[in-house]
Design a protein around this ligand. Structure first.
Ligand code: PLP
Length: 407
């Protein structure tokens, strides 16, 4: 059955029409408008749009100089794209474990994984909750490393120092993929206060045009200059990661509603939290939210202990769906256990100057491996409280049908 959409209304259509009506003229530059708005909201000097939240990470790594022979520390419990971009930079992903209660990158394990080759830490603010960036930033500073925040799942979250997600590290990176707090279908954006990084990120994703600057992706050159066979256009080896003007028009309308979208997720997350934290059982253990942190719930994650009661993850999920549940996201395979990395290891492929099999030993992350099998992420992308109540009812029914709890 076709579900009626509610996310893209009014302004999205107005802005898309505006850009189409000009035959997609670069004079308006929806990208520039979107960048300015996003940078302002985050109180950052520069923002750079991109075609995905994977491309943005690649751009961020390039901008800080990650390259052949370097190592980048990433949590092993995250999306594989975090590992791919390190690999694509010619560097080696080194896996750090996660905290058992927040499921986020563990600063203590990060410390243990630092070597002479480490260049950067990729702090992934998953589920809508920020990592312990106070500790991670201090580790980065002490060891002369760059700190990049992956906020694909984390919009307008705050830590206990009232800092907004994406602004604590050197660079913040977001995804506008279909399922995210804000969406352009596919897309992404970066922010930074560092002019050099901003220019490098823009050129790396903007086919290396030499006229691109930290502040703008608009080609502001006199036509008489470049309509000349002598004109040299590029000064950087690069990719085309640009966001189309049509998607930027959608993105601008979405960013204008950022508070509304975040509020909806938070409201859903709070409803789940009230339900799960009042259950008198250890079947579910909700994620720990450190004091003073503001979670913005890309999903609502819990540890599922059903095995103890003879109920598998899959059995619970299938029964939940049968009872009207939306479905439950599992945690991703740990990055080192995803097929491309496993195969590379087996075949002895190199990333940068490092034989991948050599680096594997540094990637032992037992807590991540154990959590990976148990995490359940309930969806928070419903359009109102009524829909969330329906999800909670479906969880109650499931618990009853499986004879785990009675209501
Ligand atoms: C934590 C995280 N990082 C990066 C990405 C990649 O974003 P995109 O799908 O826009 O390439 C995602 C998307 O799922 C994500 O969840």
């Amino acid at each position: 059955m076709k579900k009626k959409g509610w996310r893209f209304k009014n302004k999205e259509i107005v802005y898309v029409k505006e850009i189409l009506d000009t035959d997609i003229s670069p004079v308006i530059s929806m990208n520039e408008k979107l960048e300015k708005k996003f940078a302002k909201i985050h109180n950052q000097k520069y923002a750079i749009t991109s075609n995905s939240g994977t491309s943005t990470l690649h751009q961020a790594l390039y901008s800080v100089g990650v390259g052949h022979g370097d190592e980048v520390i990433i949590p092993s419990l995250t999306v594989a794209m975090c590992g791919f971009v390190v690999w694509q930079s010619g560097a080696t992903p080194v896996y750090a474990d996660v905290c058992p209660d927040t499921f986020l990158l563990d600063p203590e394990d990060v410390k243990k994984k630092i070597t002479k080759k480490t260049k950067a830490i990729l702090a992934v603010n998953l589920y809508g909750l920020m990592c312990d960036l106070t500790k991670l930033k201090s580790i980065a500073k002490k060891n002369n490393l760059y700190l990049i925040e992956d906020c694909a799942q984390c919009f307008l979250a705050f830590d206990n120092k009232n800092r907004v997600s994406g602004t604590v590290g050197d660079i913040g990176s977001w995804s506008f993929e279909r399922s995210k707090h804000l969406s352009t279908g596919e897309g992404g954006i970066l922010t930074t206060n560092n002019k050099k990084f901003a220019e490098r990120m823009r050129k790396f994703g903007g086919v290396g045009f030499k006229n691109l600057t930290a502040s703008t992706g608009k080609g502001k050159i006199d036509r008489a200059k470049f309509q000349n066979p002598k004109w040299i256009r590029h000064d950087t080896f690069s990719y085309n990661y640009r966001m189309s003007e049509i998607l930027a028009a959608v993105g601008l309308a979405q960013v204008e509603k950022i508070k509304y979208f975040v509020k909806l997720r938070v409201s859903s997350g709070k409803k789940y939290h009230e339900f799960f934290s009042n259950l008198k059982t250890d079947i579910f253990i909700p994620q720990y939210v450190p004091k003073g942190f503001k979670h913005t719930y890309f999903t609502y994650p819990v540890i599922f202990n059903g095995k103890k009661y003879g109920i598998s993850w899959k059995k619970f999920r299938d029964t939940f769906v049968k009872n009207g549940g939306d479905g439950i996201y599992a945690a991703w395979q740990t990055v080192n256990n995803e097929t491309p990395f496993k195969q590379a290891r087996k075949r002895g492929l190199y990333s940068g100057s490092m034989k991948i099999s050599q680096s594997y030993g540094w990637g032992k992350t037992p807590r991540a491996e154990s959590l990976q099998k148990k995490i359940m992420q309930f969806t928070t992308n419903q359009k109102n409280n009524h829909e969330i109540d329906f999800q909670i009812k479906a969880i109650k029914k499931t618990l009853k049908v499986l004879k785990l709890l009675n209501f």
